[in-house]
Ligand binder design. Structure first.
Ligand SMILES: [Zn+2]
Length: 479
C-alpha cells in the first residue's frame, strides 16, 4: 500500500462560515446545518484551529452553479420562497421540492444563499488544490451527493461535489470520488457515469433503502464503463467488516486509476446510532477510510454529507479534522464544548460506543463482493489521461428526463424508499438513442480520455476565485 508520508508544508484548509449554520430546513427535518457549528466548536475547543488555515467560502453565483445544474432549476430555486411557493406548485413537483415539515427537500428561508455558501467552500477548496495552495481541504458543510442536474433529492438541492470535481478537472486528468456516507452517492455517480475522467466509488447500504440505486452491477457506461464502482452493503457494518472491503478495493483503485486528486463524501450517517442509518461504525472505523486514502499522498478535498445524530456527527468530523492534522485528540471533551450546548453531556467523551446490533454482512458475502469488484477493477486499462481543457467542461443542458421517469423521481430519504428502474446495464430506463443518454440522464459532458502520450497542451492561469481568509479570532469571537 502507499506509505508515503505527507511531505507537504502546505497548510491544511478548513472552510467555515458561521452564517451558513443558521439556516434551517424547518419542520423537524433531520438535516441540520447547525451540526457544522457544533463540529467547529469542538474543533476550536481542541485547539485545532491554530494548526490550519480557516477560510470563509466565497458564495457562488447563479452562473457558476449552472456549470452543472439546469438553468430552469437554478432559476426556480432562486425565486421560490415559503411565502410564494403556492405560485410554484407545478415546478415544486417537477423539481422534487415540497413544503416544510412534509418533504425531504422543503422550500425554506434563505435556502439559495445557503446553497451558494456551502458550494463556495467546495469549489473554493478545489481551486486551492488546483493552484497548489493546499493538499488537504475540508468543507464539512458540503457533500450534497444526491442532488441531480435538475432535481433536488434526499436533503440535497445543489450538488457541490459535482461542481468541485468539475473545477478539479480543469487542472487534473483523473479525479477519484469516494463516498462513505451510508447512502449511495447517486447524484455524483450519475453526473460522471459516462466519463473515465472521474472514477466514483460508493460504499453504501443497499436494498430497501434510499435512494435505491448503487447495485454492484452498475459500473458506468460508454467511456465511463468500469469507472463507477458500487459496494452494496447490508445493516450492521462494523469497523472490521468495512476495512475488509474498503482497503483492498481502494488499494486496487489507487493503483489502477492513479488519481491526481481525491474528493471524499464523508457522510457521518454510517456511524453507529445514526438516526437514519443502520451501520455500526465507530469514529475510528469511519476515520480510517479517510486516513487510509490520505496515505497515498494525493491532494484531497474532504466534504461532509449525511449525518443525523448531531452530537455524533460533530464528534466524527472533529475527530477526522484532528486526524487530517496528524493530531490524536484526548477522549475527554474540552470544557468549552459544554459552555453553550448540552449536546455532549451524554458521555462527555469524544469517541462513541458501537452497539451489539447484528451484522447482516456475512464474511462469505463480503468476500464474494470484494472478489467481484477486484475482478472488475483488474479489467481497467492503464490509467487514462486526457487533453486538458481550457475552459470548464461544457454541459448539455437538456434536463428533461423521459416522461416515464418522472414518476420514479423523488422519494424521501427520511420518510420512504423508492427504487429506480434500471436495465441490465444499470442504466435508467428511457427511450433515448445511444449517445443522447448522457444528457437525458443528467451526466456532464467531459472530454474523454486520450492515450497517455498525448501531453497536456495548455496550462491554465491562476485560479480566479478570490477567497477571503477569515481571522481565526473572528470565529472564536462568534462562538
Ligand atoms: Zn446519507
Amino acid at each position: 500500500m502507499g506509505t508515503k508520508q505527507q511531505s507537504s508544508h502546505k497548510p491544511v484548509v478548513y472552510f467555515y462560515d458561521e452564517e451558513m449554520t443558521n439556516y434551517n430546513y424547518g419542520g423537524g427535518n433531520p438535516m441540520r446545518p447547525h451540526r457544522v457549528r457544533l463540529t467547529t466548536n469542538l474543533v476550536d475547543g481542541y485547539g485545532l484551529t491554530q494548526h490550519m488555515r480557516l477560510m470563509r467560502p466565497n458564495p457562488k453565483t447563479r452562473e457558476e452553479i449552472m456549470n452543472f445544474h439546469a438553468d430552469d432549476y437554478v432559476d426556480f430555486l432562486m425565486s421560490v420562497t415559503p411565502e410564494n411557493q403556492e405560485e410554484f406548485m407545478l415546478q415544486m413537483r417537477r423539481f422534487n421540492l415540497g413544503a416544510v415539515g412534509e418533504a425531504d427537500c422543503p422550500v425554506f428561508d434563505g435556502m439559495f444563499e445557503y446553497f451558494q455558501i456551502y458550494t463556495g467552500g467546495s469549489i473554493g477548496g478545489a481551486g486551492l488544490i488546483n493552484d497548489g495552495t493546499s493538499d488537504v481541504v475540508m468543507n464539512w458543510s458540503g457533500g450534497m451527493h444526491h442532488a441531480k442536474k435538475g432535481e433536488a433529492s434526499g436533503f440535497c438541492y445543489i450538488n457541490d461535489i459535482v461542481l468541485a470535481i468539475l473545477e478539479l478537472l480543469k487542472e487534473h486528468q483523473r479525479v477519484l470520488y469516494v463516498d462513505i456516507d451510508i447512502h449511495h452517492g447517486d447524484g455524483v455517480e450519475e453526473a460522471f457515469y459516462t466519463t473515465d475522467r472521474v472514477m466514483t466509488v460508493s460504499f453504501h447500504k443497499y436494498g430497501d433503502f434510499f435512494p435505491g440505486t448503487g447495485a454492484v452491477g452498475d459500473i458506468g457506461h460508454g467511456h465511463g464503463k468500469r469507472y463507477a464502482v458500487n459496494v452494496p452493503l447490508d445493516n450492521g457494518m462494523d469497523d472490521a467488516s468495512y476495512k475488509y472491503v474498503f482497503e483492498p478495493i481502494m488499494e486496487e483503485v489507487m493503483q489502477r486509476y492513479q488519481p491526481q486528486a481525491i474528493v471524499i463524501c464523508g457522510g457521518a450517517d454510517s456511524l453507529s446510532g445514526d438516526k437514519l442509518g443502520c451501520f455500526n461504525l465507530s469514529l475510528e472505523g469511519h476515520s480510517h477510510c479517510i486516513e487510509f486514502l490520505k496515505k497515498f499522498n494525493v491532494p484531497m478535498l474532504v466534504l461532509g454529507g449525511g449525518g443525523y445524530t448531531m452530537r455524533n456527527v460533530a464528534r466524527c468530523w472533529c475527530y477526522e479534522t484532528g486526524r487530517l492534522l496528524n493530531k490524536d485528540l484526548d477522549d475527554a471533551l474540552p470544557e468549552s464544548s459544554y459552555e453553550e450546548y448540552d449536546y455532549f453531556m451524554d458521555t462527555h467523551r469524544l469517541r462513541i460506543e458501537t452497539s451489539n446490533m447484528k451484522n447482516s454482512n456475512t464474511r462469505t458475502y463480503l468476500e464474494e463482493l470484494k472478489t467481484s469488484i477486484l475482478e472488475q477493477l483488474r479489467e481497467l486499462p492503464p490509467a487514462p489521461s486526457a487533453h486538458m481543457v481550457k475552459k470548464p467542461p461544457k454541459q448539455e443542458m437538456n434536463d428533461e428526463l423521459p416522461e416515464e421517469d418522472m414518476d420514479i423521481r423523488g422519494g424521501g430519504q427520511a420518510f420512504e424508499d423508492r427504487r429506480v428502474v434500471k436495465d441490465e446495464d444499470g442504466y435508467v430506463s428511457g427511450d433515448d438513442a445511444e449517445g443522447n443518454e448522457g444528457a437525458a440522464r443528467g451526466t456532464v459532458e467531459v472530454e474523454p480520455a486520450m492515450p497517455a502520450e498525448h501531453k497536456p497542451e495548455t496550462s491554465l492561469g491562476p485560479h480566479e476565485d478570490s477567497i477571503q481568509i477569515m481571522d481565526v479570532d473572528e470565529v472564536k469571537a462568534d462562538n
